[in-house]
Design a protein around this ligand. Structure first.
Ligand code: IMO
Ligand code: MG
Length: 419
């Protein structure tokens, strides 16, 4: 069987949680393969609301297996809290979650280092979620990290202490005032909780599973935040693009099936970094308000702007997207005009390529569509969609060369049209 993949194609917050929850009804297993609690995947169903951060968004589907892969960075404290929220909704997390022993652990001092790095960067800060993501992946790559499987070792406390001392030296170096012991007790308690879960050699588990079952891999963040292909250094520290699925779960490229690429009908970004189509006017504010564009993890107001097709086509290329999924076009229902960026003017020349230089002065070239001016939130069938709307999506399909298979018209599971 194949591993199908859901990937965000923008700067995160595309609505991956909703779509994974919708699709998870068809997949017996869902796996996270990268990122950590920097993700905030909102699920809404049967009048309930939940934000998944480390736990895969399949958790509320009956009988589902939810895998936390080796490419993920796991914060035991956050995980315990999230499991508590799941349990409060009547689901037993222990019976549904499998965790890779090779996933790296986020320590309290990783979080402090994240804050220290940001403070030291001043105006040049990334605007990170302060969840310790960057420092944890740094330790992983520099071969200093602690992994989930290590918690079972008799000398785990010594290994923890060694890494903590290393962090204390780094924090001192950065001149960051803090109490490195503050969260330690809660963290150790959460490690005890983590031990009660099914901790496995996940690459074996996953490969055995896909012998007979289909798996859905759930991306976090988005392609434009990828460590290699995003607007470096204003990125996250993991591979958010397709290759991350193979390294983050231990599956071969030949096992990858459909690649669902999710995008919003406009763009948002939290944190710093280039955003060519960003709007600083009333239109940007209107999008923010109608789209409730405030961070699910940090509550920060998101920067907003028109859809950027140059960036979208780039993400489609990088990931080999087979099916596009468009989110939140209903948020544009009341706009007279709707714009999409079809080219970048850089140094007086128009290009369809994303430039290397993140500081490049980019002037977006726009195509303007007449708004459909109709409330689409109740639509459940393609035939009910106005012609202005179908013209708009046809244009995007032609531009990217990929069909839009799912149109989401509201946060609820049911507000979805499949084509
Ligand atoms: P989901 O999965 C949106 C952004 C941060 C910051 C940069 C680096 O909900 O789409 P990090 O904490 O990862 O070191 O921050 O990446 N960022 C996200 N933005 N959605 C996310 O996740 C994000 N995860 C990280 O705002 O600019
Ligand atoms: Mg988010």
């Amino acid at each position: 069987m194949k591993v199908d993949v859901v990937l965000g194609l923008q700067w995160g917050d595309e609505g991956k949680g909703k779509i994974v929850d919708v699709l998870a009804g068809r997949y017996p297993a869902v796996a996270r393969f990268q990122g950590g609690p920097n993700a905030g995947h909102s699920l809404q169903f049967e009048g309930k609301h939940f934000v998944a951060r480390s736990i895969p968004s399949g958790i509320f589907r009956e009988g589902s297996i939810n895998i936390i892969g080796n490419g993920v960075v796991l914060d035991p404290i956050e995980f315990k809290e999230e499991c508590g929220n799941v349990a409060a909704m009547g689901i037993d997390p222990k019976s549904k979650i499998i965790i890779s022993k090779k996933a790296n652990l986020i320590l309290p001092t990783h979080r402090l280092l994240d804050a220290a790095n940001e403070a030291a960067a001043g105006k040049g800060k990334i605007g990170s979620t302060l969840k310790g993501i960057g420092p944890t992946y740094t330790d992983k790559i520099s071969r200093h990290g602690l992994r989930v499987g290590d918690i079972l070792a008799p000398d785990f406390k010594d290994r923890f202490e060694k890494l903590k001392q290393r962090h204390i030296r780094q924090l001192k170096d950065l001149g960051f005032e803090c109490d490195p012991d503050k969260e330690e007790e809660a963290w150790m308690e959460a490690i005890g909780f983590l031990k009660t879960f099914n901790l496995t050699d996940c690459e074996y588990f996953v490969n055995n599973l896909i012998e007979s079952k289909e798996l859905l891999a759930e991306g976090a963040q988005g392609s434009l935040l990828d460590i290699d292909y995003g607007s470096y250094p204003f990125v996250t520290s993991s591979s958010t693009t397709i290759g991350g699925v193979c390294t983050g779960l231990g599956v071969a490229p030949s096992r990858i099936g459909r690649v669902f690429g999710i995008f919003k009908a406009y763009c948002t970004r939290v944190g710093s970094g280039p955003f060519p189509t960003e709007l600083f006017d009333e239109t940007g504010e209107k999008i923010r308000q109608i789209g409730h564009e405030f961070g699910a993890v940090t509550g920060r107001p998101r920067r907003t702007g028109w859809l950027d097709l140059v960036a979208l086509k780039y993400a489609v290329m990088l990931n080999g997207v087979t099916d596009l999924i468009m989110m939140k076009s209903d948020c544009l229902d009341s706009f007279e005009e709707i714009k999409v960026c079809t080219g970048y003017k850089v140094d007086g020349k128009v290009t369809e390529q994303v430039p290397f230089e993140t500081n490049a002065e980019i002037e977006p070239e726009y195509m303007t569509f007449k708004g459909w001016n109709k409330d689409l939130t109740g639509c459940r069938n393609e035939r009910e969609l106005p012609s202005e709307f179908t013209d708009y999506i046809k244009y995007m399909e032609n531009f990217t060369g990929v069909p839009i298979r799912i149109i989401s018209l509201g946060p609820d599971r049911d507000a979805t049209i499949e084509r």
